[in-house]
Design a protein around this ligand. Structure first.
Ligand code: SF4
Ligand code: SF4
Length: 470
């Protein structure tokens, strides 16, 4: 290896992470389409940003692909019905993470009538493209749920030279993106071509972990066919190490560029999009069918027949589990998402959300409830942290309710990947402490902002009096 390659290797080598068992049991399970449920429940908050408001009312008849909720705020995405039928009720849901949201319940008539608005959008330029992406209702399908039309309009658009298609799928159990690669590779490549055209990007990197050789070979085969002069599509195999698919880790592993704390991928010239999002975009531009269904991995030791299921968004989770044969053991923990970053569910009544890529029902055999013991200062959490944080120091600041110290120690850059908790021999619930610490810092900032605005308002009459007296 020459010196240039050593330098490149060093720049691409990311810090931290853990070797979690892959448990990709459903990797070879071709996606099964679940029949439409009798009713769907559409949460108004299915993305990062401002929740939607219903644009239909109880009693209205709606059809597949019809917009049923929207927002006039920029960081949001419309919500469409995945069934035809009647709006039965407006209700409320408590989402995992404690967020309360309004929701629409739609009773299906079983007809699956398609709404007249479902037709391929006319896209002739970048503005049309962004409008179409917004109209599609697309949010990051890898779990983040960030509205795609916002991601595709970075403030420093001209500095972006690389699009990274995230097919790393580093969370244990989840294989929904892998199945996208195996079943819809041409949609992915067509989506990549669309991105290159409208973002005018010369380089697209499709990042896949090395433990998915079949996906690497399938994507490499078709990527070679679409690479043309001045534009390259590279399939980049990456070490299978969690959290390889985390945006900042991925950018460094693919380009050697480090996203500084508080900065965005576009600040280092990159846009990262999930592979299923890219494939969806290509299908939407061809058919006009918005985001009304998605592939979800259903797995975990309690599930009778683990599989990948294409399911209508809003389907209650217990119905998805029943479709997979129900449970064979008592569920000790039900998760929306993977075991590292997924959110624990209180019950299985909640519906599938746009950004929900897995449902895991774990039995006793997967849950080790070991009491946490005193920190032995081994430093393993520090080595495992991909964000260069020092979790024990942040935990101490949290105990002392010192939000200033937590902020200085970088708690807000914690991406809640769970590597610290996973590697801790004392079984300390470090990631929970990070989450609560971030909550405290946000609350302190809000209280400070409120105090400042109250002080300004109180000073106003005094100033006016002084001015009037002059
Ligand atoms: S959860 Fe936060 S503190 Fe823990 S390893 Fe991940 S980024 Fe670091
Ligand atoms: S890994 Fe656990 S025991 Fe070791 S320093 Fe971190 S918190 Fe303490």
């Amino acid at each position: 290896m020459d010196i240039t390659n050593i330098k490149e290797w060093v720049s691409l080598r990311t810090k931290g992470g853990v070797h979690a068992p892959h448990r990709k049991h459903t990797a070879d399970c071709e996606t099964v389409v679940m029949p439409p449920p009798e009713r769907i429940i559409l949460a108004m908050s299915q993305h990062i940003g401002v929740p939607c408001k219903p644009v239909v009312k109880v009693g209205d008849y709606v059809e597949v692909g019809q917009v049923v909720a929207d927002s006039d705020q920029p960081v949001s995405a419309p919500i469409h019905s995945g069934v035809s039928g009647k709006v039965a009720a407006m209700t409320e849901l408590l989402l995992p993470g404690g967020l309360k949201t309004a929701a629409l319940m739609i009773e299906s008539d079983g007809e699956q009538r398609i709404h007249e608005s479902v037709k391929p959008p006319v896209v002739e330029n970048y503005d049309d493209f962004i409008k179409a992406v917004r109209a599609s209702g697309l949010v990051g399908l890898g779990g983040a749920g960030f509205p795609a039309h916002i991601k595709l309009q970075p403030r420093n658009f001209d500095a972006v030279d690389t699009v990274i298609v995230n097919a790393a799928e580093c969370e244990p159990y989840i294989t929904s993106d892998y199945r996208e690669c195996m079943e819809n590779s041409w949609d992915i490549v067509s989506g990549v071509q669309t991105l290159m055209e409208f973002l005018d990007t010369a380089r697209v990197i499709i990042a896949v972990e090395k433990n998915k050789p079949a996906a690497i070979s399938e994507l490499s085969r078709i990527a070679a066919e679409v690479t043309r002069a001045g534009h390259e599509v590279i399939v980049k195999p990456l070490p299978a190490r969690y959290p390889q698919g985390a945006e900042k880790v991925l950018i460094q592993a693919c380009t050697g560029r480090r996203v500084p704390p508080g900065k965005l991928p576009s600040d280092v010239g990159c846009i990262v999009m999930n592979v299923a999002s890219v494939a969806f975009l290509s299908r939407y531009l061809k058919t006009g069918m918005p985001l009304v269904d998605k592939r979800v991995t259903v797995d975990g030791s309690a599930i009778s027949r683990p599989k990948n299921v294409r399911v209508i968004i809003g389907t209650p989770i217990h119905e998805v589990i029943s479709f997979c044969g129900g449970t064979k053991f008592k569920t000790r923990k039900l998760l929306m998402g993977g075991p590292m970053m997924g959110l624990a569910l209180m019950n299985d009544e909640l519906p599938v959300l746009k950004q929900n890529n897995a449902i895991l029902a774990l039995s006793e055999e997967d849950i080790q409830l070991t009491e946490p013991s005193t920190c032995i200062r081994c430093g393993r959490c520090v080595s495992a942290c991909p964000m260069n944080l020092v979790p024990p120091s942040i935990a101490a600041a949290y105990q002392n309710k010192d939000t200033n110290a937590m902020e200085k120690l970088g708690v807000m850059t914690c991406m809640e990947c769970g590597c610290c908790t996973y590697s801790c021999p004392a079984h300390r619930q470090i990631v929970q402490t990070m989450r609560m610490g971030k909550g405290d810092v946000r609350k302190a900032a809000a209280a400070k902002a409120e105090a400042t605005s109250t002080a300004k308002a109180e000073n106003q009459p005094a100033k006016q009096a002084v001015t009037a007296g002059k």
